[in-house]
Design a protein around this ligand. Structure first.
Ligand SMILES: *[C@@H]1O[C@H](CO)[C@@H](O)[C@H](O)[C@H]1NC(C)=O
Length: 247
């Protein structure tokens, strides 16, 4: 895309008609899984841990290979609405991806609480639940439930100070985080992390923090650097840190 047309897109998307810049809906199918509280699973394949059970009010889902994108799809948000005009609310629900999984030709295996939000009322939702698998439409939308910065969490596999594994748990924009590096020298001597699994990137012998973080988003070669140190020297397993990076 030339610079000129890029500016036109920015103009239209940011200033004039943000709704026009959302992607089109895609037809698919969805089903659900049940946990005692109706929320998400704390053992999702993204590696979010407990956060994966409660984020976005527990409106979360496991997704098909196509939306999983080798783990890069973790943390993405999708607007999902079902298609039966009598039973389904027009806006549906926005879910966040925390897991991988599929049912019978589904793209989403939703937490029960998220799934039940698809109906126009509790009776309709109960009918959808009884149906098991339902026809839906979905589109990628920016996540908005936890601010506008990328957030990371120290994954439970980490061992201070020799092995650092971090999960990218919150991606507010419409692009995936595809690469991540850290610097303990104020933005010099960047060291790459390896995608271990799901949304988890790791590094052995990360040296002593604190660390700045920089990321690459899908569709761009540019590194976007945190304005400040993100991971403190005495980082803790399970801690969530705000990168200060806007998506
Ligand atoms: C319920 O399941 C049937 C059979 O798969 C399907 O044809 C129908 O569209 C589903 N209902 C809804 C509301 O999606």
């Amino acid at each position: 895309m030339g610079l000129h047309s890029k500016y036109q897109v920015v103009l239209v998307c940011v200033l004039l008609l943000p709704a026009l810049c959302l992607s089109q809906f895609t037809d698919s199918r969805a089903t659900f899984y049940t946990r005692p509280d109706g929320g998400g699973t704390p053992t999702g394949a993204c590696g979010f841990g407990d956060y994966g059970g409660t984020e976005n009010s527990g409106w979360v889902a496991g997704v098909s290979d196509a939306l999983w994108r080798g783990g890069a799809g973790c943390g993405a948000c999708y607007q999902v609405r079902c298609k039966d005009t009598k039973l389904c609310s027009a806006d549906g629900v926005t879910i966040a991806v925390t897991d991988m999984g599929s049912g019978d030709r589904t793209d989403f295996v939703m937490s029960l609480n998220g799934f039940l939000t698809l109906g126009v009322n509790p009776t309709a939702s109960e009918q959808l639940r009884k149906n098991g698998t339902i026809d839906i439409q979905y589109r990628r939308v920016p996540c908005i439930f936890d601010g506008s910065n990328v957030k990371i969490k120290i994954n439970e596999n980490s061992r201070f100070p020799d092995y650092l594994a971090i999960a990218v748990i919150y991606v507010p924009g419409s692009n995936d985080v595809v690469s991540i590096q850290i610097s303990n020298n104020n933005g010099r001597d960047w060291r790459p992390l390896r995608r271990a699994f799901g949304a988890v990137f790791d590094i052995s012998n990360p040296s002593r923090g604190p660390f700045k973080v920089r990321v690459q988003f899908s569709g761009s070669q540019t590194w976007v650097e945190s304005p400040n140190n993100v991971i403190p020297a005495d980082w803790n397993v399970g801690a969530i840190y705000d990168s200060g990076i806007h998506a």
